[in-house]
Design a protein around this ligand. Structure first.
Ligand code: PMP
Length: 361
């Protein structure tokens, strides 16, 4: 006899993060986890260091100053914000508060995998709605709603596809969802978005009782190592999540660095502009190689490797040999694709050269 986990737990395929090591002896360029190549704001790093003097004290369990700073910068009410150890933790808390065994969680076909993993952890059924051209199809989502649906997760822009849905598509989805279903808009890459018809989830949160917006400090703010995310939601959902989260779920260094990072709007703007420039450049240059690049508004893009000649598996291995770590996305149902995060100028150029060499072989 030995302890056994709950039904379904051992059926979960664990989340596989982006690789961070390549062959010994080659310079490693990590382009596999959608991190920013520009690092965190110097002000955030300084604030992190200053927090070292207070490590013997528990953090402020309600992260009041951080919530107030987010509220000020994003013009939102601080009482409707909750912070988490990465947005991952908030996805989990939301599911634990609202979803039980045999309920359904609805996700787009190539949606971010942590929604599935947390849903499975409570014994819920995960329903995937088909996409068109690697893009969330809101009507397919609506068609898949049943009486058992509890949460619909939409990453906007989505990881790994980089595609987005417009503000009017999101509104159409919300308008037609039953009012007891949560629409969770995961805006992890929102700060990178530039299209005019894009908007983050905040307006829908303000005007409804069933929409939440998830955000992270891991992407444009460059604080992935600290684990920090936040959710803006109606007060009744914040209340439910606060009841089940750990009392000190985010650390003092994360709070301090987060406040400084979000205040350094100049740094964020420069990172956004850098990303736009190199996203466009990579898109153009990889397209010139004859490969299909799917339109992305995040800090990464998806490239299709033609199966008849080569496969994504071999392309990945070829890049890896040269220290260029990108991401295979087989587990997202995209076996012919690679996801490449935007890197520094020399890294982006190295990716294009290596892909060119690979294709000419
Ligand atoms: N949502 C999406 C769409 C993501 O891509 C990621 C990071 N891979 C997360 C949430 C989680 O981010 P974190 O937990 O670092 O805040």
């Amino acid at each position: 006899m030995r302890p056994t986990p709950n039904a379904g737990i051992l059926d979960i395929a664990p989340y596989v993060g982006g690789k961070s090591t390549a062959k010994a002896g080659v310079r490693v360029v990590k382009l596999s986890s959608n991190e920013t190549p520009l690092g965190a704001s110097p002000a955030a790093i300084e604030a992190y260091k200053e927090a070292a003097g207070n490590l013997h004290r528990y953090p402020d369990g309600s992260a009041t100053k951080l919530r107030e700073t987010i509220a000020e910068v994003y013009n939102l009410p601080s009482g409707q914000i909750v912070c988490g150890a990465g947005s991952d933790e908030l996805i989990g808390l939301l599911i634990h508060a609202y979803v039980k065994a045999d309920d359904e969680v609805l996700i787009s076909e190539h949606g971010f995998l942590m929604y599935k993993i947390y849903a499975q952890s409570v014994g819920a059924k995960v329903i995937f709605a088909p996409e068109k051209n690697l893009r969330t199809d809101v009507d397919a989502i609506l068609k898949a709603v049943t009486e058992k649906t509890k949460i619909v997760f939409i990453a906007n822009p989505n990881n790994p596809t980089g595609s987005y849905i417009s503000a009017s598509e999101m509104k159409h989805l919300h308008d037609n969802l039953p009012k007891n279903v949560i629409l969770a808009i995961d805006d992890a890459y929102s700060e990178y978005a530039t299209p005019d018809d894009y908007s983050d989830g905040s307006e829908l949160v303000k005007t409804s009782e069933n929409t939440v917006m998830l955000r992270t400090f891991s992407k444009i703010y460059g604080l992935s190592a600290l684990r920090l995310g936040w959710m803006f939601a109606p007060a009744h959902i914040i209340d439910a999540v606060n009841r089940i989260r750990g009392p000190f779920n985010i650390s003092t260094p994360a709070i301090s660095a987060g406040i400084a990072a979000i205040r350094d709007t100049g740094f964020t703007q420069r990172t956004k502009e850098f990303n736009r420039k190199w996203l466009d450049w990579l898109n153009t240059e990889i397209t010139k190689l004859g490969l299909t690049v799917h339109p992305s508004i995040g800090n990464f893009l998806i490239v299709e490797i033609p199966v008849e000649k080569h496969t994504a598996y071999y392309a990945n291995a070829y890049l890896l040999e040269r220290g260029l770590i990108v991401r295979e996305v087989v587990n997202y149902g995209l076996p012919n694709c690679l996801r490449i995060s935007i890197g520094l100028e020399e890294d982006n150029k190295a990716v294009v050269s290596a892909l060119k060499e690979f294709l000419s072989k």
